[in-house]
Design a protein around this ligand. Sequence first.
Ligand SMILES: Nc1ncnc2c1ncn2[C@@H]1O[C@H](COP(=O)(O)OP(=O)(O)OP(=O)(O)O)[C@@H](O)[C@H]1O
Ligand SMILES: [Mg+2]
Length: 612
Amino acid sequence: MSNPENTTLAPEPALTWSPDAPKGGKAVMNRVLKDGASVPLFFAQTLISSLRDVGYNNTTSAICEHVDNAIQAKATEVRVFFRQTGKKGDTVIDVAVYDNGLGMAPNVLKVATSFGGSMNFNNRAGIGRFGMGMKTAALSMSPVMDLYSWQEPRTYYSMTLDVDAIGRERTNTVELPDPTLMTELPDELADLFSKPLSFPASASEQSLMVEKGDDLDDRLGAHGTIIYMPCCDRLTHATARTLAEHAMKEMARVYRRPIEEGLKLYVNNRLVEAFDPTYAMAGARHARFLDTPEKTSRLMFAKKVSIPLREHGAETDDIVIRLYRLPIEQWSTLTRKTLRNDLQVFNGLTVTMLRNDREVFAGAMPDLTTRHTVTHWYRVQIDFPGELDEAFGVAANKQGVRLKGYVKEAIKKAIGDDITTINDEIKRYQGAQASARKGAQPSAAEARATDADLHQAKPLELTPDEEAQVEANLKTLAIALRRDGETDEEAFARVKASKYLIEFKHDEYWPFYHVEHRYGRVILTINTAHPFFEHLYEPLRKLGSTQASDDEDGGEAPAAEAQDGPLVALELLLLSLGRAQAQVTAQNEDARKILETLRREWSEAYRVQLTA
Ligand SMILES: Nc1ncnc2c1ncn2[C@@H]1O[C@H](COP(=O)(O)OP(=O)(O)OP(=O)(O)O)[C@@H](O)[C@H]1O
Ligand SMILES: [Mg+2]
C-alpha cells in the first residue's frame, strides 16, 4: 500500500486531442504543459473553433444576426443570397448578406471582426449588444467569414476570419491584420449582384440588384456592407431552394415591423412581404388572399404592464400586451385551404414577442392560453424593451425567450381574465355554429319558416330592382353567408332554396338580434355576445340536442323532435318578427327608424334585466 514509488509518480498529463484539432492550438497547449509557459485566459485557436458550435436553431436564425446588424446600421435595402453551384452530390453553397447601411470605417471594421468587438456593447436600445453575433453566426455556417464594408464609393475595405488559418498559428496571440483596401469587388462577389441564382428557377422571378447596363459600383453607392460565407459546411438544409424558402418564410414574420416601415428585404432576389401572425397589419401578406370585408383582426386592448428588471427589484420597465381577435364570423367560412396555407391561421402562433420591434418568439404558450382550438382565433402580442432581456431570458443569439417565473405571473395577472373571456366567447360561437350549421342544409327553423310562407297572408315581395338581378345578387349573398365546410355552389343552392337565413355574430355593442330583408330573403343575425344568447338561446339549444340524442337512443324519430324543439320555436319567433319588420318597413323610412330604435332600446333593457 505505502509504496513510495506509487505516491510520488504523478501521471504524465495526456492530451487526447483528435487528429483534426487545431495544430497551432496543440503547440500552444504543449508549451503550457511541458515548458510551464504562462496560461492565457483564452486558447484562441481552440476557442474560435468551438465558437463555431454556439447554437443557432437553424441557418435562418444565424443569418438574422447579419440582418439585425444591417437594420441597426440604418439599411433600407438588405439582400440575402444562397448561391448553389456544382453538380448534384457535389454542390457548394455560398451565403452572403448585403446591406446599404452606414458601413464601417476601417478601424471599426477591424474592431468589429474581433469577438466581443462591438460599437453597441450592452446598449439595450438597439438590436445588438453582445459583440458576438456577426462572428458566431458566420462561423456557424462556414469556416471563413469575409467582410467588405465601404463609406465612400469604390473604396471597399475587407477583413477575413479563417478558422483553419487561425488553427495553424503557433502562438496564442492571434492578432487581426489591417483591413485590405480594394477598388472593386472580387468577381465571385460581384456576380451575386448581376447574375440570377439557381433558385428561383425562373430568372423572371428574380429582381437583380444590377440589371444589364447598370454599373455595380454605382449601385453599391457610398456606403454598405457585405458578409460573405463561402463554401458553407454547416447548413440546416442541403439545397439553396430549401434554405431560401425557409429564410423567406421566417424573415417575413421576424422583420414584419421594419418591412412595414419600408425596409426592402430580398432573399435570392425575391422581395420579402411582411407576414403578420396577429393579422393586424393591413399591408401584410394575408390581406392579399382575402375578399372578405374584414381583412384584419380587431385589437381588443393594449395594456401597459410594468415589470421589474429583476425579481423583487425596485427598478421596472414597461411592456405592452395586445390582444387581437380574428374575424372568426367571416374567416371561418373561408376554404380550409385558404385558412391553412394562405392565412396560416392554424400554425399555432398564438403568442408573439417583439424586442425593440424585432420578433424573438412566435408560438404557443399553453400555460397562458390553453391548448384548445379556440386559440387559433386570437393572438397575443407582447412588446418588451432590451432592458428586460434578463427578465425575458433573451440569450446572446436572440433566438427565443425563456421567461422568468415572476414575469409569467405578471402577464397572467394582467390578461388572464381576458383570455378566459375570449376562450369562452369563441367556444360559444363555435358551439352555436355547430348546432345551426349542419352541412349545407337549411336549419330546422329556416326550413319551417320557408315552408310556412306558402300559408302566409301577405307574400314577401322583392323590389323591381332586386327582381331584375336576383340571381346575381343571391350569388354575392351566398358567398357572404357561406358556412364552415360549404362550397360556394352549396351555399348558393342553400340560399336560393331558403327564404329564411340565420347568421351569428359576436359583438358586445350590438342588440341581441338584427334582421335584414334582401333579395326576397329574411336574414336574421343572432348576437352571441348579448346575454340573450347565454341565458336563453344556448340553454334551449342544449336542451334540443339532449332531447335529440335521447330520442336516438330510444329509436324514435329524432328529426321530428328537433323540428318541434323549443329552440326552433324561439328561432321562429325571431324569424317571424323579422318577416313582420320587413313587411312594415318596406318603402317606409319612418317605420324603419322607429323599429330600429325599438330594437336597440329593447335589447338594452333586456340586457340590463338579464345581468343586473
Ligand atoms: N452590417 C453592418 N453595418 C455596419 N456595422 C456593422 C454591421 N455588422 C456589424 N457591424 C458592426 O460590428 C459590430 C459587431 O457586430 P456583432 O453582430 O458581432 O455584435 P453586436 O451587433 O454589437 O452585438 P450582438 O452580439 O448582440 O449582435 C457592431 O457593433 C457594429 O458596429
Ligand atoms: Mg449584431
